[in-house]
Design a binder for this molecule. Structure first.
Ligand SMILES: [Zn+2]
Length: 321
């Protein structure tokens, strides 16, 4: 079975396998769910089924199936099968000459999708476009896709992946059929960690995300996160605010790393609320308020507000709670 390796997503996988087996495929899907729960894995397997030489759910064995799942070694790092096209921010730097620091640009959509979509699939079965983090499409890029999303040529399929589907334009949402992916249970996370030979204890901090669990199982990365939480703690306990400003300004790393650090902090607060909140209501309330402040900081980072500023505001608010 083609989707066996995807754990903990039975409703989503059932939707996809029924569509494949019944031959009732929608031309544009939208896989929604937080980061690291199997959306891209499922999309690649869905594409594999569509290009498989034997049809059905994909045999996993024929040359097409294998090429659909093999990533090219050089840039861009995308499936080697010419009819399985992965789109994503910064993926085609070598083709478009653009780093796309803030979003998937219209140039990528033109060159990688629109110029390709007019031609039939190379190998005659299907042409599948997978858009990683589709919420990162710039407005111009998203608009350039609308017509094709609405009426793609025969046997052309789109799968848009998003962990923040509410950020997609309504016009994109209305043209795509949602398939929902849930956070993974701790049991599933432990199974995944075990499969990778990693410490299963971190499953509890991974917020249902296999990607985060694997990241945390790396000792260096866990230590970095712990250091961040300790830094926040110290900045909050310090008498004057200059320690907080210093800490905020020292966090100059990339935004994704900062977001991950903040998620870890949020998770810590949620855990503390769970552990001590039962007997102590004021602790519970304080954790909940702090948690909300951290989540709003993550939101600001996503909106590309300057990191040091976001952290300063966050620390200031946390100090008053
Ligand atoms: Zn096959």
């Amino acid at each position: 079975m083609s989707f066996d390796e995807i754990w903990g997503q039975d409703p989503a996988i059932t939707t996809l396998t029924r569509a494949l087996e019944g031959g009732r495929l929608h031309h544009a899907y939208r896989f929604e769910g937080q980061r690291g729960v199997g959306k891209e894995m499922a999309a690649l397997r869905f594409a594999r089924a569509l290009v498989c030489e034997r049809g059905g759910l994909g045999c996993g064995d024929c040359s097409s199936c294998r090429r659909a799942m093999t990533m090219s070694e050089g840039e861009p790092h995308v499936p080697v099968h010419p009819d399985v096209v992965l789109v994503g921010r910064g993926l085609y730097r070598s083709v478009t000459g653009q780093a796309e620091a803030t979003g998937i640009g219209v140039e990528q959509i033109r060159r990688v999708v629109l110029e390709r979509v007019g031609f039939s699939s190379h190998e005659g079965r299907a042409l599948v476009f997978i858009v990683r983090d589709a919420d990162e499409l710039t407005v111009q890029a998203a608009n350039s896709l609308l017509k094709t999303l609405e009426e793609p040529p025969a046997r052309t399929h789109f799968v848009l992946l998003s962990s923040r589907p509410n950020r997609l334009l309504d016009t994109i949402r209305s043209r795509t059929l949602p398939v929902r992916f849930s956070p993974l249970s701790e049991t599933v996370l432990k199974r995944i960690l075990q499969q990778h030979g990693k410490n299963v204890e971190v499953a509890a901090f991974a917020e249902g995300s296999a990607a985060l669990a694997l990241e945390l199982s790396d000792e260096d990365s866990l230590n970095e996160r712990e250091a961040f939480v300790a830094g926040v703690q110290a900045a909050l306990e310090s008498k004057d605010f200059s320690a907080a400003i210093k800490f905020a300004e020292a966090q100059k790393g990339d935004r994704d790393a900062l977001k991950a650090d903040l998620s870890f902090l949020a998770q810590r607060l949620a855990r503390s609320a769970r552990e001590r909140g039962k007997e102590n209501e004021s602790h519970l309330e304080r954790c909940a308020r702090r948690h909300a402040v951290v989540l709003s900081a993550i939101n600001e980072i996503e909106r590309n507000v300057q990191s040091a500023l976001v952290l300063e505001v966050m620390l200031q608010e946390l100090r008053h709670l």
